[in-house]
Design a binder for this molecule. Structure first.
Ligand SMILES: [Zn+2]
Length: 251
């Protein structure tokens, strides 16, 4: 399995550095500078780049990294990805640093959005966040709901390596949806302590997301009641998800 390290980038991005047997890969290198610095510090060369979706803060570093190293670039087939060598649609199993990686299609934030899963870890870009989910820039609520359901079907102990430090903001929203959720109150305290100590709030686990993330809780009576209050067309999970996501956009 990989050793996984965060490389903070921009204001609130995480580029995930994967290490295995002295070899390195990165997920979503929006900024090449901290990646190059970290790899030079570790004395490692870059073998693989995994891209979840086409936004610049996820792929903007590719060309500079390819000037340093001859790395393979995995990315969605139906999005424009710099230097892509392996086009993926989801459903494939790829090999990264000798490790089998399951590719999942998770449209919603963008239409070609991919997630990469290995036993115990998921790299999900801007699909699932700590206590939140990505904005629907290209996909429909139904697509995003399906994508999140696919992710939720992974084992509970799976660690969620998302691409942004948005957890505190998301928790404020989650509390507005479910003010009485005790797991949420515990998480708020835990995350505040981590952030006060300048530590990342991620990865979380899927188990933790399932009890605190309103976007994985469309079947909960409190969440349904809130969605209906917000004007959800009915109490179906997709309608509930859509209403809560809509509220988050202006929160
Ligand atoms: Zn994005």
């Amino acid at each position: 399995m990989f050793d996984i390290l965060p490389i903070p980038a921009f204001k609130d991005n995480y580029i995930w550095l994967l290490l295995r047997d002295g070899h390195a890969a990165v997920v979503d290198p929006g900024d090449p500078v901290p990646v190059i610095a970290r790899l030079e510090e570790l004395g490692l060369s870059l073998e693989s780049i995994l891209i979840t979706h086409h936004h610049a803060d996820h792929q903007g570093g590719i060309s500079a990294l390819l000037e340093h190293w001859e790395a393979e670039v995995f990315g969605p087939e139906n999005e424009s990805i710099t230097g892509r060598t392996q086009a993926l649609l989801g459903g494939e199993v790829i090999t990264v640093l000798g490790q089998a990686v399951q590719v999942m299609a998770v449209p919603g934030h963008t239409l070609g959005h991919l997630a990469y899963a290995v036993p115990g870890a998921l790299f999900c870009g801007d699909t699932l966040f700590g206590a939140g989910c990505g904005r629907l820039f290209e996909g429909s609520p139904a697509q995003m709901y399906d994508s999140l359901s696919k992710i939720a079907a992974l084992p509970d102990e799976t660690r969620v390596y998302c691409a942004h430090e948005y957890t505190e903001m998301n928790l404020r929203f989650a509390l507005a949806v479910e003010p009485e959720n005790q797991d949420l109150l515990v998480r708020v305290k835990r995350v505040a302590a981590l952030r006060d100590a300048d530590q990342p709030s991620v990865p979380s686990t899927l188990a933790e997301e399932k009890v605190t993330n309103p976007f994985l809780r469309s079947a909960e009576p409190v969440v349904i009641a809130k969605a209906l209050e917000l004007g959800a067309v009915d109490r179906s999970p997709v309608a509930v998800f859509a209403a809560i996501r809509q509220w988050r956009n202006g929160f």
